[in-house]
Design a protein around this ligand. Structure first.
Ligand SMILES: C[S@@+](CC[C@H](N)C(=O)[O-])C[C@H]1O[C@@H](n2cnc3c(N)ncnc32)[C@H](O)[C@@H]1O
Length: 569
């Protein structure tokens, strides 16, 4: 055996050691293959030479497996039997045990180490052998999974049996305490700030104070959640909800929750539940919390199962103001969902960070102001109604309102909207802000807009073609769609340099350094992920396909974007 702690014994055992090709032979039933493979990897990582058939059998092509197994059991110092009901029902493993029994009839040479993966009735010939139970806890029959603390407890006992020079702990509680202490020490210098002392009471109070000012952001990034007004109309949802229910968002927004229920695969049960709920309300018992299962068939993530947890949100006077409906996920295509969710959350946070520095740096930057004028310059003077996509902090919106247009601005990032709110544009009654993703927006007034604008937004759209189609439907014939966007050939170096030089020239660089650096890091992240994902040709094709003719297309803004003016045919 080559176990690390055996250094002192090596000289004594060397002769015996050489006689063996393997330290451990693993005998198991295929029902426990994954678990046994994980155990084999663990033993291998601890320097044992392991015979695990999946790894070794390809060495013996053309030989009979009976010969191979009996030879290798002979060449192995210890044989681990992974006991389970399947183990004893299989001819294969009883064959292996038989070979072993003929070589070591009573286990007297200590070659057999039975591990009890799943408790089972033992054949009488093996009843006298002491096994090592790999169950989660005493009295429980669930098997300890590799990596769990229960597994570690049994594993150190197994190691002791393979190599008695290793430490042994028999009491699980004692093992757990030592194990946790070891984990803390091992990770103290390896996990960020883990060596900081616990917070003092004063620290805690001041940290809580800071937390209060930002905690309102948290529901946006939590489990899929939607919000209902007291009359059960859907008024808001968070990023995860938007991702899963993307195909039905326009059917449910601002509508009674019944429109959501009809989209569910278990709508009959949910309607029954809703009727009972209503009866209880009529009897004067408004439930504070309401739980039930929901099921949705998603084209993206398969059958999705949730537990709904609806909770009343009340004001200072205890009046019901809204319902928060969190959906705990039980089943979904986790791989796809987590990939998409991570991407969406990262993007959302990116815009959130960008919002603050965007205005600080860009509002005073001449080429940005020129770009805005260049895009909106395409709107004819006689126009009255303008649609704005991805309004951000409202810089373009402000210019459109100055020109006296009625503006419908769509923007889905609350932090961008916070910056917009600071400009007090909402007091202008000609402005309507739709807090939603452009992809999911339904424009009530079809063919009613004279123009649509999208300054530096199109590259951020998940489905530009669908979006352009919606814009085309919203515009009158002859209406103008003016946009600027990055594309596959974009390089942001010149733009970022120009912004810096401008700040330096104005003597503001030191004051705005932090904002500038944030702007650079966000733009670099965008450049890597989304800014270059569509080509100019694609934009052109999508516009033509959705019924536009392109009347102008030119690089602008230090060549970072293309300005495109298109007319609806
Ligand atoms: C670079 S900023 C441009 C903001 C504004 N148009 C301007 O020029 O000042 C892009 C904006 O598009 C928004 N956005 C990105 N994808 C969106 C989508 N699918 N629906 C609505 N807004 C979106 C972002 O939140 C961000 O505010």
């Amino acid at each position: 055996m080559r176990g690390g702690a055996m250094a002192q014994q090596v000289a004594v055992n060397v002769v015996e050691d050489r006689a063996f090709t393997y330290d451990v032979f693993l005998s198991y039933n295929s029902a426990q293959r994954d678990w046994t493979r994980a155990l084999a990897r663990r033993l291998r990582a601890d320097s044992f030479r392991v015979f695990f058939d999946e790894w070794e059998m390809p060495k013996y092509i053309g030989k009979t497996w009976i010969d191979v197994l009996s030879q290798n059991i002979e060449r192995t110092q210890k044989v681990i039997l992974v006991w389970s009901p399947e183990f004893f029902n299989s001819e294969w493993t009883s064959f292996e045990s038989n070979i072993l029994q003929t070589q070591d009839p009573n286990g007297k040479k200590d070659r057999i180490l039975p591990l009890i993966h799943t408790p089972c009735d033992l054949p009488s010939r093996l009843k006298f052998l002491q096994g090592l139970e790999f169950s989660v806890a005493e009295g429980e029959s669930r098997t300890a999974e590799v990596g769990s603390i229960e597994f570690e407890f049994r594993y150190q006992q197994l190691l002791y049996n393979l190599d008695p020079s290793r430490p042994f702990e028999g009491d699980f509680e004692q093992f757990k305490n030592h194990y946790q202490e070891r984990q803390l020490t091992d990770n103290q210098s390896r996990v960020k700030d883990a060596d900081s002392p616990p917070l003092s009471l004063e620290d805690e109070a001041s940290h809580l104070h800071q937390l209060r000012s930002v905690i309102y952001q948290a529901p946006r990034y939590s489990t899929p959640t939607y919000f209902l007004d007291p009359h059960l109309a859907v008024v808001q949802w968070n990023v995860a909800f938007e991702l899963i229910f993307r195909p039905i968002l326009s059917a449910i927004r601002r509508r009674h929750v019944n429109y959501f229920i009809v989209e569910l695969a278990n709508q009959n049960e949910v309607f029954d539940h809703a009727r009972e709920f209503t009866e209880r309300v009529k009897e004067g018992q408004l439930p504070l919390v309401d739980l039930e299962p929901l099921v949705y068939e998603s084209p993206d993530y398969g059958r999705v199962e949730f537990v709904k947890i609806a909770t009343q949100l009340t004001d200072r006077d205890a009046n019901l103001k809204a319902w928060s409906v969190a959906l705990l996920l039980k089943k979904i295509d986790w791989k796809l969902y987590l990939r998409d969710l991570e991407e969406r959350l990262r993007e959302d946070r990116l815009w959130g960070l960008y919002a603050v520095s965007y205005d600080a740096v860009l509002r005073g930057f001449g080429p940005y102001r020129e770009l805005v004028q260049d895009v909106i310059g395409a709107i004819p003077d006689r126009a009255t109604r303008v649609l704005e996509l991805g309004a951000g902090t409202g810089n373009v919106t402000q210019q459109l309102l100055l020109r006296n247009y009625s503006v419908t601005a769509v923007e889905n990032n609350p932090f961008m909207l916070e910056q917009m709110a600071a400009k007090a544009l909402h007091s202008n009654r000609k402005l309507t802000v739709l807090v939603e993703s452009v992809e999911n927006t339904e424009f009530d007034n079809r063919r009613n807009f004279d123009a649509a604008v999208a300054v530096n937004v199109a590259y951020a759209l998940e489905d530009p073609l669908r979006c352009f189609r919606k814009v085309a439907e919203a515009l009158k014939t002859g209406g103008i769609f003016a946009l600027s966007t990055t594309h596959s050939n974009t390089n942001l170096d010149a733009l970022l340099e120009a912004i810096k030089s401008d700040l330096v020239l104005q003597g503001k660089f030191d004051e705005y350094r932090e904002h500038y650096e944030r702007l650079v890091s966000v733009n670099r992240a965008i450049e890597k992920t989304i800014a270059r994902r569509y080509s100019l040709e694609q934009y052109g094709e999508w516009l033509v396909e959705t019924g536009f003719e392109i009347v102008r297309s030119e690089p602008r803004y230090c060549d970072a974007v293309e300005v495109i003016h298109a007319r609806k045919l």
